[in-house]
Write a protein that binds this ligand. Sequence first.
Ligand SMILES: CC(C)(COP(=O)(O)OP(=O)(O)OC[C@H]1O[C@@H](n2cnc3c(N)ncnc32)[C@H](O)[C@@H]1OP(=O)(O)O)[C@@H](O)C(=O)NCCC(=O)NCCS
Length: 154
Amino acid sequence: MLVLRKVKDSDVRVVFDLANDKTYRAFSKNSAQIPFSKHLEWFKTRAIINPYFYIFELNNSPVGIVRFDSADGLDFYVSIVVSVQARGRGCGSQMLKLALSEFKLANFEIKGTVYAEVHRDNAPSRKLFEKNSFTMESDVQDNFIRYKFQGRNV
Ligand SMILES: CC(C)(COP(=O)(O)OP(=O)(O)OC[C@H]1O[C@@H](n2cnc3c(N)ncnc32)[C@H](O)[C@@H]1OP(=O)(O)O)[C@@H](O)C(=O)NCCC(=O)NCCS
């Protein structure tokens, strides 16, 4: 069974490896590999204080992360990575559902929106969001499509 928990200090290495996943980087706006020193700085100052940064475990082993980021505390952008070994078995879909439901619980008073920005060629990711109540909100811009969550307001 997939278990969700908040990211903690000792996850620094697991999160580093997932953040540097080749496919994830290739389909990110900044596709360069992330050096560990830069990751460590980001992890200590930003990631660990993000209350909506979740890690998922299957049989006590980490299989992926989901994170909601916001610049204004109103609109959030969701990002997701599943470890290579666990892909294509429904983990991504389950993780997204669980994370959205946890996020909604934590944010029941907020009236913002959840978005996802997905590279046009990232077929698994596009399918994942389209299957989970996200609809295309914009045309392709600089190779990215903006999806908007159509579930109940968060
Ligand atoms: C995108 C990602 C999170 C999906 O995770 P996953 O565990 O493989 O997803 P699921 O197994 O739940 O599959 C989701 C849907 O995508 C489909 N899918 C999986 N691989 C696919 C592929 N290569 N091409 C097309 N569709 C694919 C699945 O069939 C499934 O749809 P279905 O239920 O109708 O069959 C995972 O591929 C990943 O971590 N990719 C690298 C990081 C990334 O790109 N993140 C998204 C950034 S926005």
